[in-house]
Design a protein around this ligand. Structure first.
Ligand code: GLY
Length: 369
């Protein structure tokens, strides 16, 4: 379709321009059309630090252009310092190294990248709480915390089992997904962001609000993590209950964005005012919807494909900045509902999911998860 080809051409041109000026920098949020801050200085262990490289690998895979590969490799090498430092790393090591080392290994066969990714899979598996059967989130006093976001990190564990022939990683991923199905998901397809367990007994103690509006609300990026994360758990295991959970999350997401012309609010259960958008949630959900469409019987595919495509079309038409002189493509991303300073800004993972989604539609995508 013309709009897909056209959007991809603009994406490639813009990312080429960005890669040309990025150097060794690791970008996060564009301010005034510039990635002013460099995450190497701000926080090298920050959970988003793999997305730039992931986007570069996607573009390298699609275009064969060396500059994309070089940019991705720079970030992977830089992240070795985060690995050596260890402090600050948490459940999101999956996001960080699936997009860097694991992607590199899958595309180039680089043995050092394989070593990095397996090392990180061990760090992730080591966070498993046996009493509650979950991978703990974050650090410090959050010993009993589990969050929906971590569903997206499980692919690293499934990959590690496939790669080594050792089933322990996948076993941990399955147990975490089972607990998430039971405690994170709600019967109506919405989900909690956070579930707190007693880390000694494994009993659930509370389900507080997180990056959304508050307790009991429906943070849209969390909904997208659930939708895509359970779809990926099904992809790696073939377990129907994961696909059913992904579909339930998808139906909840689709029903909600229907009210806002396929752009997501930051929370689907927030007051009407202020209006807080989060386009990153929509872009991530679109990728999850397209993934579901690939895995369900033919007669079911239309629903997921239609809405995944519609979200991406809408975002490219009305929420993207295609000016190559400016950094950041997808506008109106929001990191957390109450975090005013990071509201309605271009965020690196928004661009990543937009790129992945467009490449999926063009059948040029690389499966990073
Ligand atoms: N913690 C991951 C996110 O902000 O979505």
């Amino acid at each position: 379709m013309d709009w897909i080809r056209d959007s991809l051409e603009k994406t490639e041109k813009k990312l080429e321009a960005e890669a040309g000026r990025m150097g060794e920098k690791i970008p996060y949020i564009a301010e005034n059309g510039r990635y002013e801050k460099d995450m190497r200085d701000e926080n090298l262990s920050w959970w988003t630090n793999g997305f730039w490289a992931g986007m570069m690998w996607q573009m390298y895979h699609a275009s064969g252009k060396e500059l994309f590969k070089e940019a991705a490799c720079k970030t992977e090498k830089t992240l070795d310092r985060a690995l050596e430092n260890y402090e600050g790393l948490h459940h999101d090591v999956g996001f960080m190294w699936m997009h860097t080392a694991a992607a590199d290994y899958r595309l180039t066969g680089n043995p050092l990248s394989r070593k990095r990714a397996l090392h990180v899979a061990n760090l992730l598996a080591g966070r498993f709480n046996y009493a509650g059967k979950f991978i703990r989130a974050w650090n410090l006093d959050k010993t009993g915390w589990m969050i929906v976001d971590c569903m997206m990190n499980l692919s690293l564990l499934y990959w590690a089992s496939e790669e080594t022939g050792d089933p322990r990683y996948a076993q941990i991923a399955d147990m975490h997904a089972d607990t998430a199905m039971k405690e994170v998901m709600r019967p109506d397809g919405s989900c909690n962001h956070i579930v707190v367990f007693d880390p000694e007994t494994g009993a659930v103690t509370e389900k507080p609000g997180g990056q959304g509006y508050g307790e009991g609300s429906a943070w849209s990026r969390g909904q997208a993590w659930a939708l895509y994360g359970f779809a990926l758990a099904f992809l790696h295991t073939g377990r129907e209950e994961y696909l059913d959970t992904a579909k339930r999350a998808a139906h909840y997401f689709i029903a909600n964005i229907a009210m806002t012309d396929h752009v997501s609010l930051s929370d689907f259960r927030a007051p009407e005012e202020p209006v807080v958008w989060d386009t990153t949630a929509a872009a991530c959900a679109a990728c999850g919807l397209l993934q579901i469409a690939e895995m369900v019987p033919e007669l079911e595919q239309g629903l997921y494909r239609f809405h995944g495509e519609k979200i991406l079309k809408r975002l490219t038409e009305t929420h993207c900045c295609w000016d190559e002189v400016k950094d950041g493509i997808l506008q109106y991303g929001t990191a957390a509902y109450h975090r005013k300073e990071d509201t309605h800004v271009p965020i690196i993972y928004g661009d990543y999911f937009l790129t992945e989604g467009l490449l999926r539609l063009a059948e040029k995508g690389f499966m990073i998860w």
